[in-house]
Design a protein around this ligand. Sequence first.
Ligand code: SF4
Length: 676
Amino acid sequence: MMKRVLTTCPYCGVGCNFYLDVRDSRIVGIIPSKSNSVSQGRLCVKGWHAHEPIQHPDRLKKPLIKENGKFKEVSWDFALDYVAGRLKEIKDKYGPDSLAVCTSARCTNEENFLMMKFARAVLGTNNVDHCARTCHSATVSGLNQSFGSGASTNSYDELPFMDCILIIGSNPTEAHPIAGWRVRTAIDNGAKIIVCDPRKILPAEDASVFIQQFPGSDIALINAMINYIVTENLHDKEFIQQRTEGFNELWEAVKDCSPESVKDITGVEPALIKKAAQLYAVSKKACIMYSLGMTEHTVGTDNVIAMANLAMVCGQVGKEFSGIYPMRGQNNVQGACDIGALPNVYSGYQPVTDETARKKFEKAWGVSLPKEKGLTLTDMMYKAIEGKLKCFYIIGEDQIRTDPNSHWIEKALDSLEFLVVQEIFMSDTAKKADVVLPGASFAEKEGTFTCAERRFQRVRKAIEPIAGKTDGEIICEIAKRLGYAMEDNPSKVCDEMASLTPLFSGVSFDRLEDNGLQWPVHSKEHPGTPVVHLEKFIRGLGKLIPVKHKPPAEIPDGEYPFILTTGRMLFHYNTGTMTRRTANLNREYPRNFVQINSTDAQRLGIKNKLRVRVKTRRGELEVSAEVTDKIKAGVIWMPFHFSEAPTNVLTNNAFDPVCRIGEYKACAARVEKVNS
Ligand code: SF4
């Protein structure tokens, strides 16, 4: 018996659609959806193989409870009774804020909504967060201050028709390949590309301007562009006057920041900065595409604000064929933010400190809700080490492998009294748990994901949950044992979300059947919103906010002379939980490596493919060297997909003070030859 089920890719935030081919309850293949507006019949190599890990023999199939340091299989009833009992015990003993939950950007919007409701209405705490903290929390905090909304301003469909695309801190060809295909189409259509990246990534081959700045110098670079644009009278005076506020304050901050003055900070020739500034400013249709190269810094929020300043000064936002595209990393990280899996907001970014919003949710949920903001994921770790956070319930995250400074995360998790991890495969974080609950993959559930262009799309069940329950069902069953009934039907959960959230009050499963809907969707008749901030910014006037260069928390010195920066590769995805279990993908890149500039390698006597030791103040790893001219001298680069050589033992747990994102993209490191 064969069936074909249309669904949404579980990997990156582009949100391609494909059909899962199911034969006799097994998924046997994938066919791209031609009619889907996001992917238009294309998939990247990860999408083509997205079905392979689903039925991998390593899948967790039974709940596990640790006894004397070893896991033993137990029944669902036993595990759920045990988890509910321990949560109650800890809450009664230490209070609700001694508990925290981490939801998952891999799960559906409906499951994230249930988990944030569980934290707030059942556990009684706003200590709820997810992995956006470590990827795009700077986007939410930065764009929200500038525009009043922390999401992409425009749609993918506009990319091929741009005159100019400024790509900064983003490698669309590898990390968001179908968005990268649209960039390629724009190039073929004649668009000029500006690439700013410490590595000569693929789009740089076709760029009109390629700027190879030092990691951590982006504000200096962008401020110098603004300085040049205003000095040369290329700014959009009408837009600035009618649509923005704060221009004089911004100019005060950038007036001395000429391209010449930032040469030592950025390592970039002034003529290149001027060329890029001119091209971006004079193009009729220009946009900025960025990703974690901009956000994962101690100045992540300010980096995002700097880009918003640049766009507003040039009038390249608030209209079609312009804007800012934050390229979201995970399939549903946009949605997890939107539905309120954050410690300070309910769904649709309604603040938990706003009494009107709180009362609305209290009325709907029939309980009193906590009034204070909860802890961010970052601060949960600090509180665990301080002994103030006692219990953590994590869904679909391997924090030991994804968060900066793995040893620090291990210490935090070891400090807890009770750790529950809900996962589809045994992870390093799950190994630390007291209870492991087997979750369900994207192919085993109904629901929605929201991709990086704010588009809700359907996720559809192709096979029954391999371990017997969806993640939403597990959450609801624990809630029930704690005396609180929650609806677990995904379509009804979507309706509940919509009824409480003005930003997407017109969203329902039946309206998402074809190509989904881009929020805001204000009513059942509203067609969705491909471009936001059209006549005015969501906050009213766009705010030009002065930001100044600050160096990374660690800068190179005699002992650690390199800047280590990290990133994602085409063939792998985050911790490699799924792609390392996909034979064709793992075959291409089966192990970790470090890219080093050939001049630096020659000086250190390092040869291509030979083993080297990479050291930082937090740890060390042995990997092979990839000697290349594609990386700037003085900078080294590593991917982070390999749990047997995990790059995040090296990265720095220094954090942005506003959004609490970690500084993955710049820390001091040394590289040594391994003599053996
Ligand atoms: Fe999936 Fe992203 Fe590849 Fe599309 S580009 S197939 S969403 S991984």
